[in-house]
Design a protein around this ligand. Structure first.
Ligand code: NDP
Ligand code: BG6
Length: 491
């Protein structure tokens, strides 16, 4: 696995369907710009954007100046690099529903069949199959082609299955790259390094030593301009099925035999398969769903979910989910995994907390009664750090213990610009390295865990629990964890 490598990629054509959209402007184009600045993109590598918007390359560049450039951190923006980056950009209008529109791509790509060809589908999932058929019918798929699909792949196991079948008609499985951008985050890869590059943690990484694991992905933003998409999706499909389960899997997986992509993915899927199903009443008792009401942050008030753009006034879509999951394996039996995610929470924070068990018999007094034993906090956002809570002797005559933190702040250690997840994703796509992408069976198994929860909610008379924007979610999320004698980690 190329955890860190700045080697130049092969010559390529990177075709972005949905090039004018939010993801393309906020993440993909800035990511490719950063990789361009690092000298990682070969000189004849081209970025070909397309969408229905009727404009030309000059018009698209104008749009990029307004919408993509602002997402490049000012301290890392360099006008010369930007101008040379723009030389790579091409735009051609394509309505993917119209077979004749693919002709412009045929012309643009003609004579470059030996280059790597990435078809990046940055469009709504219902267009995935149409685009695959379209590029296939236009004869654009070469042996060096790959297709990249954004999440969520489908709405449930059945629809994911159908999409995957349709993709398989045009692309081989090894040409299909299913994205979960959390796997592109540096700290997520660091988790693998931490677990499998250090002998220290392995003996402790099991139910005999760990009391519970907590994974939180909290966002302070609301649904923004994505109301239409979000209201038909909800937090369970948008965040739990993919990002939260992927973090859980990386924490819980057994050591793979090698860094071979399939060796890693074989171990990941074993965890998904070992998740205890949450069906019917079990799903209701072990999950909490919430929806934000208006509230206040330091910089002003924000509207509730029902007052956001494109949200029906009676929507019961969840913007928050908390869950108690269990993994039925020798390593993890009896260890609860508490997962939670929400929009409009107090702050943007992604962190994984591993709580270790108390010492079996304490010979010391402590300043806090061993209220929280040793704890490993792996923070992915806003800053990346790893923090280990240990007890030391407090200053003074008595031997009394006090908790302190051993801190590893990645900014201090590496003092480099933090890569955004999509940089690695774009580079791995060109390289054809599938390690950080999801295999068909992973997506399928993740939906198999999620679908019964959704069904139980749909049948239940309980509605979503309101929470105030700027809080940590509905109080029921605290009850979910406190009934086991634990509490959510607070910094
Ligand atoms: P947007 O709605 O902002 O963009 C959609 C893009 O698709 C636009 O460029 C639109 O351009 C184009 N498009 C729509 N219909 C057609 C068509 N018939 N033919 C050709 N192009 C078309 O969506 P996002 O960028 O937010 O999301 C894209 C994908 O990425 C989705 O699958 C989403 O779930 C996923 N995603 C998005 C994230 C984000 O932060 N935005 C994060 C993670 C995943 P035009 O109207 O000009 O045709
Ligand atoms: C996306 C979700 O996959 O992840 C969004 O669709 C969410 O709703 C985003 O805001 C969060 O990603 P990050 O990298 O900002 O934590």
């Amino acid at each position: 696995m190329n955890l860190i490598s700045n080697e130049a990629v092969q010559p390529f054509d990177f075709i972005v369907f949905g090039g004018t959209g939010d993801l393309s402007m906020r993440k993909l184009l800035p990511s490719l710009y950063y990789r361009h600045c690092e000298g990682q993109l070969t000189s004849d590598g081209r970025i070909i954007a397309s969408a229905r918007t009727n404009t030309d390359t000059a018009g698209f560049i104008e749009l990029m100046e307004k919408e993509a450039r602002v997402h490049i951190e000012p301290e890392h923006f360099n006008e010369d690099h930007w101008q040379s980056f723009l030389q790579r950009i091409h735009y051609t209008p394509v309505d993917v529903m119209k077979p004749e529109d693919y002709q412009s791509l045929v012309e643009l790509l003609h004579g470059r069949e030996d280059r790597v060809r990435v078809f990046y589908l940055s469009v709504a999932p219902f267009l995935f199959a149409t685009i695959c058929k379209g590029v296939d019918a236009a004869g654009l798929i070469t042996p060096e082609s790959r297709v990249a699909l954004e999440k969520p792949l489908g709405r449930d196991q059945q629809s994911a299955h159908e999409i995957n079948d349709q993709l398989a008609e045009s692309f081989d499985e090894n040409q299909i790259f299913r994205i979960d951008h959390y796997l592109g985050k540096e700290t997520v890869q660091n988790l693998l390094a931490l677990r499998f590059g250090n002998a220290l943690f392995e003996p402790l990484w099991r139910s005999e030593r760990i009391s519970d694991v907590q994974i939180t992905i909290a966002e302070s933003l609301g649904v923004g301009g994505r109301g239409g998409f979000y209201d038909t999706t909800g937090a369970l499909r948008d965040m739990v099925q993919n990002h939260l389960l992927q973090l859980l899997v990386i924490i819980a997986m057994e050591p793979p035999a090698s860094v071979d992509p399939d060796a890693v993915r074989d171990e990941k899927i074993k965890v998904l398969r070992a998740l205890k199903p949450l069906i019917g009443q079990e799903a209701i008792e072990n999950t909490v769903r919430g929806q934000y009401k208006g509230g206040a942050y330091a910089d002003g008030t924000v509207p509730g979910y029902l007052d956001e753009k494109d949200i029906p006034a009676d929507s019961d879509t969840e913007t928050f989910v908390a869950m108690r999951a269990e993994i039925e394996s020798w390593r993890w039996a009896g260890v609860p995994f508490y997962l939670r995610t929400g929009k409009r929470m107090e702050s943007k924070t992604t962190e994984i907390v591993i709580n270790f068990k108390k010492v079996p018999h304490s010979i010391f007094e402590t300043t806090d009664g061993f209220s929280t034993p040793n704890q490993l906090v792996i923070r992915l956002q806003p800053e990346e750090s790893i923090r280990l809570r240990v007890y030391v002797k407090a200053w003074g005559d008595d031997i009394q213990l006090k908790p302190v933190h051993l801190n590893l702040d990645f900014n201090d250690v590496f003092q480099k610009r933090r890569m955004i997840a999509y940089e690695r994703i774009c580079v791995d796509l060109i390289r054809g390295n599938p390690t950080l992408f999801l295999r068909r069976d992973e997506v399928d198994t993740a939906w198999a865990f999620i679908d019964p929860i959704r069904e139980a909610w749909d049948k239940s008379n309980d509605s979503v629990k309101p929470y105030t924007a700027g809080s940590w979610g509905p109080s029921a999320a605290n009850s979910l964890i406190s009934r086991d004698g634990f509490k959510w980690y607070e910094d």
